[in-house]
Design a protein around this ligand. Structure first.
Ligand code: C2O
Length: 537
């Protein structure tokens, strides 16, 4: 094992896209930011120095950070922000994981431009469980706004309305030639006929679940969220914000140029943001003047494709890569997802849009929850979630207003989990205001997606249909519109772990909570002491 060091300088830089130029926050003046290459078993030391006038914090999305929440990154959950002029070194071991993950800013909406790929290679001498590709490419999907994103969000908050939709989708920061002034902002890869390539696809978009396809080429899915899957082929993939998907592509077509395209799935019904980002797959020796073919992406509202696609994702569940699904459940949790309206005296209309779990809108603390937990500081949070919901929730044919009232507690309310206990969490969408999937992300863990369905979860009938053999193991899962998703995990990683909808819009509205996982029986199974240069609030 090696120690890999990276220096991340947070700097503002002018970037132009879609005929507009604006200053954006970057890492090392790169957009997207640098890719982290590391090998399973290595230790990473990433020193973040903040030269910008924004507070910063970086999350290593999908890294398990065993006992080491200090390196996880969500601002006010595991650390205070890195302030202007300060530095903080994220120091962690990459153990028991290999595949594609990513990193992003985890404060305000700064991840709009502060993000990059993480490639974890398997240990030396350990091959992939699929044919060795000739070459690998990273495709990081994102969203671009012509105006300053933090300003747009501030405006939205003032009015109590959703901020303006993004102006483009992007692939590796580039929208591609279907957008104005974007000919020169087109990402391209070159392939040789007959060879097979691995594409590491990451959805770094803030609010859009995306379809991705390549004209004339079939994709073979081999990994999601840095866990190998049983290979299956598909014309398109669906990928939610936070998720990663590795696909193999065989260059088995006539020499030419083919578009790789990303476009949105099912957003809010008001969405007009149905633009497609494109990049080019170019066969060696093809003139660049040839106009590429465009792939057909599933339609914006193709929920059938979405459900079918997601049902094909299965863990390898092999001898080398077993699926250790908890079969016995110690703790059953049931969270309803609601979108509603809260009073807002300071907003123009006196109300603001809010989101909730079990009708509770999560309030951010003023200091990191992990510090509060570690030092046993009283009064920062309560551990009574989800018990005693303040208003009863009823999503079964109830009048529309039943789920609109969300309650804002005065302090963050979290759930406490006993060390090494097994947890089953059912996330139930209540779908009364709008039509969207909610990509739920749990920090510090992978979980098994044992079941999903449309309508209300039926505690009597649905568990019998759970897949406990080869369910997908992920860190982010889309809870379908008007449906439910059941996940299981073993609470073997002590600390404080954030869980939230990875649509930045909904996170901002309060669609989030945290788990406090208690220490194990000895110091080897307890939270590590904090690093010396941990930022203070
Ligand atoms: Cu990718 Cu809490 O985030």
């Amino acid at each position: 094992a090696e120690v890999k060091k990276y220096q991340f300088d947070i700097q503002v830089k002018n970037v132009s896209r879609l005929c507009h130029s604006k200053p954006i926050v970057t890492v090392n003046r790169m957009f997207p930011g640098p890719t982290i290459y590391v090998r399973e078993g290595d230790r990473l030391l990433i020193n973040v120095t903040n030269h910008a006038q924004y507070n910063m914090s970086i999350h290593w999305h999908g890294m398990k950070q065993y006992r080491n929440g200090w390196a996880d990154g969500p601002a006010y959950i595991t650390q205070c922000p890195v302030q202007t002029g300060q530095s903080y070194t994220y120091d962690y071991n990459v153990t028991g994981q290999r595949g594609t993950l990513w990193w992003h800013a985890h404060i305000f909406w700064l991840r709009a431009t502060v993000y990059g790929a993480i490639v974890i290679m398997p240990k030396i001498g350990v091959p992939y469980p699929f044919p060795q590709p000739a070459f690998e490419f990273n495709l990081v999907l994102g969203e671009w706004w012509n105006d300053d994103v933090e300003e747009i969000v501030k405006q939205g908050n003032k009015l109590g309305l959703p901020p303006k939709m993004s102006d483009a989708h992007t692939i590796n920061g580039k929208p591609g030639p279907l957008y104005p002034c974007s000919e020169k902002h087109t990402y391209a890869i070159e392939v040789e006929q007959g060879k097979t390539y691995l594409l590491r696809i990451i959805n770094a978009a803030l609010n859009d679940e995306l379809f991705f396809a390549i004209a004339n080429h079939t994709l073979t899915v081999v990994e999601v969220d840095a866990v190998y899957t049983k290979p299956f082929s598909t014309e398109a993939i669906l990928i939610a914000p936070g998720q990663t998907t590795n696909v193999l592509v065989r260059a088995n077509q006539a020499r030419g140029r083919y578009f790789m395209a990303a476009g949105p799935f099912m957003d809010a019904p008001l969405s007009i943001d149905n633009n497609t980002a494109t990049s080019i797959l170019q066969y060696k020796g093809t003139p660049k003047t040839i106009i590429p073919k465009i792939p057909k992406l599933p339609l914006l509202n193709d929920t059938t494709f979405a459900l079918t696609y997601n049902s094909k994702i299965r863990s390898l569940a092999s001898r080398n890569f077993p699926a250790n699904v908890p079969l016995k459940v110690d703790r059953h949790l049931f969270y309803t997802i609601g979108l509603g309206i809260n009073p807002c005296p300071n907003c123009q209309n006196g109300t603001k849009l809010s989101a909730s779990l079990n009708n509770i809108t999560f309030i951010m603390p003023k200091i990191g929850l992990l510090q509060a937990h570690y030092y046993n500081l009283k009064g920062v949070f309560t551990t009574d979630f989800p018990d005693n919901p303040p208003t009863p929730f009823n999503y079964t044919g109830a009048p529309l207003t039943a789920n609109l009232g969300t309650v804002q507690s005065s302090k963050p309310r979290v759930s406490k989990l006993e060390f090494n206990s097994t947890v089953e969490l059912v996330l139930q969408d209540t779908n009364l205001l709008s039509v969207e999937s909610h990509p739920f992300h749990l920090h510090g863990y992978n979980f098994f997606v044992v079941g999903t369905g449309i309508g209300n979860f039926d505690r009597k009938k649905d568990p019998a249909k759970f897949n406990l053999v080869d369910p997908p193991e992920r860190n982010t899962v889309g809870v379908p519109t008007g449906g439910w998703t059941a996940i299981r995990f073993r609470a073997d990683n002590p600390g404080v772990w954030f869980m939230h909808c990875h649509l930045e819009l909904h996170t901002g509205w309060g669609l989030k909570t945290a788990f406090v996982v208690e220490n194990g029986p000895d110091s080897d199974h307890s939270v590590l002491p904090p690093p010396k240069n941990l930022p203070q609030c």
